[in-house]
Design a protein around this ligand. Structure first.
Ligand SMILES: *[C@@H]1O[C@H](CO)[C@@H](O)[C@H](O)[C@H]1NC(C)=O
Ligand SMILES: *[C@@H]1O[C@H](CO)[C@@H](O)[C@H](O)[C@H]1NC(C)=O
Ligand SMILES: *[C@@H]1O[C@H](CO)[C@@H](O)[C@H](O)[C@H]1NC(C)=O
Ligand SMILES: *[C@@H]1O[C@H](CO)[C@@H](O)[C@H](O)[C@H]1NC(C)=O
Length: 352
């Protein structure tokens, strides 16, 4: 039978039951808190709780697998999608030690476990007894040994001025030997160098011969994992707000794809529309605020009689909080076009 691991966005977390199934690690004291959230934009308020940020280190997807008690990260770079929308990540491991990674139900990479993870020692190693012969000629080009400096080559950049004359009152006993001033040599051709030619005895780059690695032993059980009974999230994030949900472990590749289609697939467009709407509203709100602030400042400047009171400022920026229950009963059309209140309630969910 086949064996696959697939991570998905299935509604695993019901609104109140998730705390019983997920355990917060106590390994270190400074962990953040997990919270149930649908994010600022989502296709369906309860079913869609996928990540809206992805970025492992250099925005790559790392697939870390355990082999004989050691963890190994994949050796091939898989770029993750960097935007604010929910993405669907799938890892498929076949019993024949091949694998595939899909993002949003599209294959982004595939290959052999042995090639892309350093589970096993390399198949080939450099022959420790092979040595580069001392006379091996790796020089691609050389100076032409046949090339000779022409007899009339002018080597001197400066020459004594032929017009200059020793002053009449020059006394060698006192003044030392007379040296005329130097002038640039008009015939100076620069320093002579032999021309460069292709090395006729070039032997090419020496390649260290390889031999079969005596340490290497193939392992047909590579990629066989037993008894996966727990799914954990180990997060290290600089910016909060990553959201994960809908995990699926299955041995049916097609089923996994289908579930992805039926969950993430049907909600992604709604989510995107809503995000764009939300961002538009955010932008307008910020512009509005900036405008108000400017007006206030102007008022203050004009306020030569000191009539302006600080209290006026208190209400500013505060937005009405929407009761939790309201949000559950909202229907989709309302959610797709949230009013000012919706913007307020999503603001407070920016935590994880
Ligand atoms: C490994 O197994 C998968 C799934 O059965 C199959 O698609 C693939 O062709 C196999 N690859 C090799 C190299 O046998
Ligand atoms: C990892 O990738 C590097 C660069 O492509 C390669 O030289 C190395 O052999 C790879 N290692 C394994 C274990 O595949
Ligand atoms: C997997 O679980 C079964 C049943 O609990 C157990 O018999 C078996 O030894 C376990 N295998 C491994 C590799 O842990
Ligand atoms: C999932 O959706 C894609 C795109 O619509 C489609 O090509 C594919 O056949 C679907 N897969 C399954 C298993 O339903």
């Amino acid at each position: 039978s086949s064996f696959f691991i697939c991570c998905f966005f299935l509604p695993l977390c019901s609104v109140d039951g998730w705390k019983k199934r997920w355990v917060q690690s106590k390994h270190q004291p400074d962990y953040g808190q997990f919270q149930l959230s649908a994010g600022k934009f989502y296709g369906h308020v309860e079913k869609d709780k996928g990540p809206d940020i992805c970025g492992f280190g250099n925005n790559i997807v790392q697939v870390i697998l355990q082999y004989q008690g050691k963890y190994h990260a994949n050796n091939k770079t898989i770029k993750c999608r960097i935007d604010k929308d929910t993405h669907l990540y799938t890892l498929i491991i076949h019993p024949n030690a091949t694998y595939a990674v899909k993002i949003d139900n599209e294959q982004v990479t595939a290959g052999e476990l042995e090639e892309d993870w350093a589970f096993l020692p390399p198949r080939k190693i450099k022959d420790p007894y092979a040595r580069k012969p001392r006379k091996w000629d790796e020089r691609l080009q050389i100076e032409d040994p046949e090339d000779k400096k022409p007899e009339d080559w002018e080597d001197f950049e400066f020459i004594p001025d032929p017009e200059a004359k020793k002053p009449d009152d020059w006394n060698e006993a006192i003044d030392g030997e007379w040296e005329g001033p130097l002038i640039p040599n008009l015939k100076y051709k620069g320093q002579w160098k032999p021309r460069i030619i292709d090395n006729p005895s070039y032997q090419g780059e020496w390649i260290h011969p390889e031999i079969d690695n005596p340490e290497y032993k193939p392992d047909p059980t590579l990629g066989h994992y037993y008894n996966i009974s727990v799914l954990g999230l180990d997060l290290w994030q600089v910016k909060s707000g990553s959201i994960f949900d809908n995990f699926l472990l299955t041995n049916d590749e097609e089923f996994a794809e289908e579930v992805g289609n039926k969950t993430w697939g049907v909600r992604k467009d709604v989510e995107k529309q809503w995000r764009e709407l939300y961002e538009e509203m955010e932008k307008r709100r910020q512009e509005e605020e900036a405008k108000k602030k400017k007006e206030k400042e102007k008022e203050r400047e004009d306020d030569i009689w000191g009539l302006y009171t600080e209290e006026d400022e208190e209400d500013e920026g505060e937005v009405e909080e929407e009761p939790e229950d309201d949000r559950q009963t909202q229907d989709d059309s309302e959610r797709a076009f949230p009013g000012r209140n919706a913007a307020a309630h999503v603001d407070q969910k920016d935590e994880l």
